[in-house]
Design a protein. Structure first.
Length: 124
């Protein structure tokens, strides 16, 4: 990355995968070989906007180890109903096509890093 990149945060940032339909959800989340962190968010939610750069940071840092996906509340109603989300932001973790856990509200990068290191350690 070099000194300039280290100072100014340069480098390519990986954006979370956008999921809008049940079909996309099945393919991108349930069919993923990697664990998937799904961020369900709303445009009008301040904590959601605060969480977005965290999701980009986690997607970038853990590329190839976990996948990050995002679902806006404008997604297909059947998809949102199937997830049973009652508030935003809600983060749902899936592993091998099954829900592994969920949390509601803003979480800092350290929360995700600790969770990933504990639950999905790097294979040696």
């Amino acid at each position: 990355m070099g000194l300039f990149g280290a100072i100014f945060g340069g480098g390519t940032k990986l954006q979370p995968t956008s999921v809008r339909t049940v079909e996309q959800f099945r393919a991108e989340v349930l069919g993923s070989e990697l664990p998937v962190i799904v961020d369900v968010w709303s445009d009008t939610c301040p904590p959601c906007r605060k969480l977005w750069p965290v999701m980009v940071q986690i997607a970038t840092k853990y590329q190839g180890r976990v996948k990050v996906a995002e679902i806006n509340t404008y997604a297909e109603p059947a998809l949102l109903a199937s997830l049973g989300v009652m508030a935003t932001p809600t983060v749902i973790i899936f592993d091998q096509g099954e829900e592994y856990g969920r949390t509601t509200g803003f979480r800092p990068p350290s929360w995700f890093e600790e969770m990933i290191e504990a639950e999905f350690p790097e294979e040696g």
